[in-house]
Structures are given as C-alpha cells and as structure tokens.
Write a new protein. Structure first.
Length: 364
C-alpha cells in the first residue's frame, strides 16, 4: 500500500503530527509513504529535517494566503500530475490547514480517496483564524473518511452532521518527541519545576492557574514558568505578580521545545476546555509529570496515563493537585520507544484503511 500524508501548516503540532504519522507508517512492512509539508514549515528548518517528498509553498501572512488562494486553479495541474505519477492508494490529511481545498481538489481529479484526521471539531475561544472552521468543514464534507483522536471530537462531528455515511475511525494522539530523552524529573535536586506551556489563550484556563497558585501561596518547594504566545490578559498579569512565577509571552520555536520540557519536572494543563493536548503528548514523551483538568478529551487522553493526575476545573481542585504533586510525585517513568506509539497508530490506520471500501470521488 502506498499512502500520502499531507499537512500544510507552518508551525505547531500539525507538521509534527504529520511527520510522526509518516515515520510510524514507514516503519511498517509493505507500506510506502509520501509526505507533503508546507515548504515554510518550521520543522523543515531543524538540524535534522524529516524526509519530505512534496514541500508545497503555502504562504507567509494574510497577503500571502490571499495570493495562494487566488492561484488555486494554476496550482491544481502540477499537483494532479504529481499524484498521477506517484499513484498513492489513499491520502491522509494529518491536520486541516487553510489551503487543504487545493489538495482535496487535486486528489479528486487524480481519483485518490482521502481521509481527514480531525483534532478539533470546534474553534477554542481566542484560537484559530477567521474562516478556519469553515475551510475545515468544507474539506471534511468531501472526504472519503474521517479520523477522530478522541471520543469527544467524534461526538462533536456527529452532532455537527459532518459524518453522514462516511466511515469514522478512532485513533489516539501518540507522544511527540522533541530531541533526545531529558534527565528524569527532579534530577536537578531543587524545587519542583512546574511549566504551563503553549498558546496563552482563554480556553487554557490561565485564570484558574492564577487563582490556584494564589491559593497555594508562596511555596518554597515550587518554581513556575508560564511560556507561550498570546495577547495580554488579566490572567497573565495576575500570574506575573505571583511570587515564584515567571511569565514569558513569546513564540517558542521548534528547536527550543525540547530544552524547555527538559527544564520542567511537571506540566500543568489548567484548561477550561480541550479536544486533546499536544503539550500533554510532548510531556509524556519527555517523561514529565502532568497535572490536568478533567475537561473535554483530556480525561480520555490522560485517564490511564501513570504520569498524569487529573483534577476538577476549579482553583481549589487545581491547587490541591499541585500541592499533592509537590508532596508526593509519581514514580519516574521508564524511557519510551520514540517510534513505537507512532507505529501503533500507523498500523491501526493502515488496517482500517485497507478494510474500508473507499471509492474515489469523480473528477472535479
């Protein structure tokens, strides 16, 4: 079987998920994989970039997006010719992005069925860009099948009537590996280092974290960093005023994620809502402890994870969970096979795709 995996986002979890999925499938016997990423993808600029058979020039900024969208009719021909030459049996959109309708149209013309891996069925408050969900749903409606990473997302897709008679496959988000395994948590011998990492947006519950840490008070056994990018907010200002808390409002490039996780002993996910968490996935791969609120798909993603402790989305419950982690942290986890979980994901999808009766749509 020959599969195409594509993801045309420029940075963040999307390109990394696509690379992990492609590498996991390439490790399977009898499976050939083609990978297409945005030519501007941050992951292609790291010291050892992944193998990418089709780097596709997407855009830089809104003006670039508008130009590429207008150029769509001119871009279809070369894509269709490439697909007909490579002849994949099926394609997988690893995570929807703004220009996916171009690839979807090319796949239909080349008579290649495709599936979409849906990470989020709804836009989180303060997240995304205008038309993000409109563009995603357009590609999802024309797909030959869907893949949901949590039951929470699968339920929302059904409620939005986006499934219909399409096959809806289930999978889970494997650990994201950022560089070599770091030293175990606590190896530095100092106070427990707690990291809140990612986009600093309202749905991340930064107000819950601020109130929870305020309830804890100045704790000699705890050092906290809040790192990520987002607009100024009252919650960030409150966090910055708390003793022992450092706020770094900035984009963290791909090459710095591994060292940042290595600094931490534990990750805190104080979300008010979530489909699942790429930060949790990266924390598991790095062997970091996790404190997470029991919301959305987080409970499903982390419910059986020995490194994680779940709490209610209240300041009191979050404060108690952090205090318990400081007083009695979980055992240090054994190192994981960095490719093993991706191989399992890939094998499951290959098995499910092979079992489906996927009939390509007619020419566009």
């Amino acid at each position: 079987m020959k599969l195409l995996v594509w993801q045309w986002g420029r940075r963040g979890a999307g390109p990394r998920f696509a690379v992990g999925l492609a590498e996991g499938m390439r490790a399977l016997p009898g499976i050939a994989v083609l990978l297409s990423l945005s030519a501007q993808a941050e992951i292609l600029c790291i010291a050892e970039p992944p193998r990418c058979e089709l780097p596709f020039h997407t855009y830089d900024g809104w003006a670039g997006f508008a130009v590429r969208a207008l150029q769509a009719p001119l871009l279809l021909g070369p894509l269709v010719r490439w697909l007909r030459r490579e002849r994949p049996d099926a394609a997988i959109c690893a995570m929807p992005a703004a220009l996916d309708s171009i690839m979807a149209a090319a796949l239909r013309r080349a008579r290649v069925p495709y599936l979409v891996v849906v990470h989020d069925a709804d836009t989180h408050p303060g997240d995304g860009m205008p038309l993000q969900m409109t563009l995603q749903r357009r590609v999802v409606r024309k797909a030959n099948g869907l893949v949901a990473l949590t039951g929470h997302v699968a339920q929302r897709l059904r409620q939005q009537r986006l499934v219909g008679d399409k096959p809806l496959l289930r999978a889970s988000l494997p650990p994201f590996v950022f560089g070599p395994p770091p030293a175990p948590p606590g190896a530095h011998g100092g106070p427990l280092r707690l990291l809140s990492f990612g986009r600093l947006l309202p749905y991340k519950g930064l107000d819950l974290l601020a109130d929870g840490l305020r309830l804890l008070g100045a704790h000699p056994g705890l050092e906290v960093r809040v790192v990520g990018s987002g607009p100024p907010s009252a919650a960030l200002a409150q966090l910055a005023r708390l003793p022992g808390v450092r706020v770094e409002n900035r984009w963290v490039p791909e090459a710095e994620v591994g060292p940042l996780l290595a600094w931490a002993d534990a990750i805190v996910l104080s979300h008010r809502e979530a489909s699942q968490s790429g930060v949790a996935s990266a924390a598991i791969a790095a062997g970091r402890w996790i404190v997470a609120t029991r919301v959305g798909g987080l409970a499903e993603q982390l419910g059986d994870e020995s490194l994680a402790r779940l709490c209610d989305p209240t300041p009191q419950s979050l404060a108690a969970a952090i205090a318990a982690l400081v007083a009695d942290p979980p055992p240090v986890a054994a190192p994981r096979d960095p490719l093993g979980d991706w191989r399992v994901l890939g094998a499951g999808l290959v098995r499910d795709i092979a079992a489906l009766k996927l009939f390509p749509a007619g020419p566009a």
